[in-house]
Design a protein around this ligand. Structure first.
Ligand code: SF4
Length: 422
């Protein structure tokens, strides 16, 4: 069978799509890049914003029009919450906690149409990976935080951690196949292991011992649970990269409270300063929502101030989007769309300036890059340094994908760096 897969959304969705591909590949099915050639079309959906959700419906319509013969599977976050609508336009609907259904789909077309479970029932199951230098590894599923804007606890279910042994086993298997870097994934990795007698920092110490593994990254860290212990572990564990993604969401304490983020901007900044002091050359990135209900110009300016104060390497910023099931959708003081857009543009312009200044600082300096692949044009290698910044470099005969090389940076581009190996 030939399959085509399209993925929307975050790293969790990317990893879920990879699991599906791993299952299909193991069962001798072949991936195609043109949906018209496929017997099976899979669309992995994102529900985090209304726009992303609407994209799914139009994408399924477009793919159905292009290839009337193929069966279509809708999976992911929209499938989890909106399966009633999707079952009318897709042939099968698979939720976020039922990826194992693809073992059946790979062998025989199932009789049932909808496969949804509220929570992950077997978190320790090891799904196949595709071979890669840098691999995602789930360490936990779901979220218990219920931030008032966020649909994730409804699309991914309650928080459940995988056992340390299953994670270590999975990483060792990856390293045997050539993986050099792992990205440990969870909605809130700092609350990993709530029901165990070990936590996220203990897990990092164990992963750090794996021979052949070069780098460890993790995402996402909730600021309320980002601990001193973790900051010191980032300093002490040589494989843990010097990068933290710490979503602030807003610089206004009033808005943070309405969002139910459970930290103040002062508490957040205290942790950022400790991180900057302890983790040498550490980079920091964040997520920001503008135009949350009741956000005034003054609240927005406080967010801009945080940007100036922390000087993030990058920020991922979005207009607030009303999502079903969430508390914020019914809050008073919804901000008009054009005002959200105005604020977003101001914020993104400021971030672009800071990003450019920070990238410029690399010019003339040497940085360590893990080579992950060959650029689209085919004339350069690309990889990332320990701070998670993309670096492009010219080919050299003695360098190959998977190597860690020292690179002198010759130029800062808009979002990445250009350099030459030394
Ligand atoms: S911590 Fe908050 S923003 Fe993150 S996934 Fe959980 S509910 Fe959503």
């Amino acid at each position: 069978m030939k399959y085509y897969i399209k993925t929307f959304g975050c790293q969790m969705n990317e990893r879920d799509s990879e699991k599906v591909e791993g299952i299909l590949f193991k069962n001798n099915h072949q991936r195609v890049d043109n949906p018209e050639e496929a017997d099976l079309i899979i669309v992995n959906s994102c529900a985090v914003r209304e726009k992303a959700e609407n994209k799914l419906y139009s994408e399924i319509g477009r793919l159905r029009f292009k290839n009337k013969r193929a069966k279509i599977v809708a999976m992911g976050c929209v499938a989890q919450i909106n399966y009633e609508r999707l079952k009318n336009i897709a042939d099968i609907v698979v939720g976020t906690n039922t990826i194992d259904m693809f073992y059946s789909i790979a062998r025989e077309w199932p009789h049932d149409k909808v496969f949804i479970k509220p929570n992950m029932e077997d978190p320790d199951h090891i799904f196949p990976h595709l071979t890669s230098v840098s691999a995602y590894v789930d360490i936990m599923y779901g979220c218990d935080n219920f931030c008032t804007y966020c649909i994730v606890p409804f699309t991914r279910g309650r928080e459940v951690s995988r056992k340390k042994e299953a994670i270590i086993d999975e990483i060792k298997r990856l390293v045997d196949k050539g993986t050099k870097e792992v990205m440990l994934l969870g909605q809130n990795v700092n609350s990993y292991g709530k029901n165990f007698d070990y936590g996220f920092v203990d897990l990092l110490y164990e992963v750090n011992k794996i021979d052949g593994l070069e780098r460890i990254r993790f995402t996402t860290s909730h600021p309320k649970d980002f601990s001193k212990e973790l900051i010191y572990a980032m300093r002490d564990l040589e494989k843990v990269c010097e990068h933290i993604h710490l979503p602030i969401q807003s610089g206004s304490n009033k808005i943070l409270k309405l969002m139910k983020r459970k930290y103040t901007k002062e508490e957040y900044l205290e942790k950022v300063y400790l991180y900057k002091e302890i983790v040498k050359d550490g980079s920091i990135t964040t997520d920001i929502i503008v135009g949350f209900p009741q956000e005034t110009e003054k609240d927005f300016e406080e967010t801009l101030k945080i940007l100036e104060e922390v000087r993030y390497d990058t920020s991922f910023s979005f207009k607030y989007s009303k999502r079903p099931f969430t508390k914020a959708k019914d809050m008073d003081g919804q901000v008009p769309e054009e005002e959200k857009l105005r604020r977003l543009n101001i914020l993104q312009d400021l971030q672009a300036k800071i990003t450019q200044e920070k990238l410029k600082n690399y010019e003339g300096k040497v940085t360590e890059v893990l080579i992950e692949g060959i650029s689209k044009k085919g004339n350069q290698f690309f990889g990332r340094n320990r701070q998670n910044i993309v670096v492009n470099l010219d080919f050299m005969d003695n360098i190959k994908v998977g190597d860690v090389v020292r690179v002198e940076i010759t130029k800062a581009l808009k979002h990445s760096l250009l350099g030459k190996p030394i």
